[in-house]
Design a protein around this ligand. Structure first.
Ligand SMILES: [Fe+2]
Length: 236
């Protein structure tokens, strides 16, 4: 039997229903997952290979390279701390941003209020191992109820067509509901937006080399809606 979260899991106590305005395309009537068109630009490998990575475990054996943080310092903490309460938005670029102009300009060019922006480096992990890191995010701590709900967006940098992000909504008991499972393919250039405070998530990475991806927090609102409208896959 694989590991499975219990009611004592820290994610269960993260708020799920709040007054924050959501985008209709990601609200409770939807899956909480929104695929975007694959990137129509190429990110040179040196933009993620030469950055400074920090030892920070989240979602498995991971390292993170912060590109934008609360104050522009190179650290991986959440935006909040006892002496500095700050929602996950209004981020400032770190020294790493100069090393990855394509990624920096991509996020800045969205026109959306962004928070933490960082590259994740994830070592291979099978599904059973990944489930141990299944979790929900605390994206909206200190975010005023009247402000837009913070969600996350991904851009896959390495090509891992046999890996996937595992998503599940919560059941009535607050634990992941297997009947809601979604598997997001992680080929190079794959892009998507996920309400990671709502959905349990983790990546099953079946490769034999690290998987790299850009993760960015975005505030819901008109600017995010406008940007998404220009990024949706072409209808066939
Ligand atoms: Fe997460």
């Amino acid at each position: 039997m694989s590991f499975w979260p219990t009611k004592e899991h820290w994610s269960v106590s993260i708020p799920r229903f709040t007054p924050h305005p959501r985008l209709a395309i990601l609200d409770d009537s939807t899956s909480g997952f929104l695929p975007l068109a694959d990137a129509n630009f190429v990110v040179p490998a040196h933009e993620w290979e030469t950055l400074e990575y920090m030892d920070w475990k989240s979602g498995g054996d991971t390292n993170f390279a912060p590109i934008a943080t609360m104050d522009g310092e190179l650290d991986c903490r959440g935006f909040w701390s006892k002496d500095q309460e700050h929602p996950d938005k209004d981020a400032k670029f770190t020294a790493n941003a100069d090393q990855c102009p394509t990624l920096r300009d991509y996020v800045a060019g969205t026109g959306v209020n962004f928070g933490r922006m960082r590259i994740i480096k994830l070592q291979p992990q099978d599904r059973e191992t990944a489930l141990r890191s299944f979790h929900r995010d605390d994206n909206n701590r200190f975010n005023p109820d009247s402000d837009g709900w913070v969600v996350r967006s991904w851009l896959e940098l390495t090509d891992n067509p046999n890996s996937y992000m595992l998503l599940m909504d919560s059941g009535a008991d607050g634990l992941p509901d297997p009947s809601t499972e979604i598997r997001v393919p992680l080929h190079r250039g794959a892009r998507f937006v996920v309400d990671t405070q709502r959905l349990w998530h983790v990546v099953v990475h079946n490769g034999d080399a690290p998987r790299y991806a850009l993760i960015t927090s975005f505030e819901s609102g008109q600017p995010l809606q406008r940007w998404i409208d220009t990024q949706l896959p072409a209808r066939v």
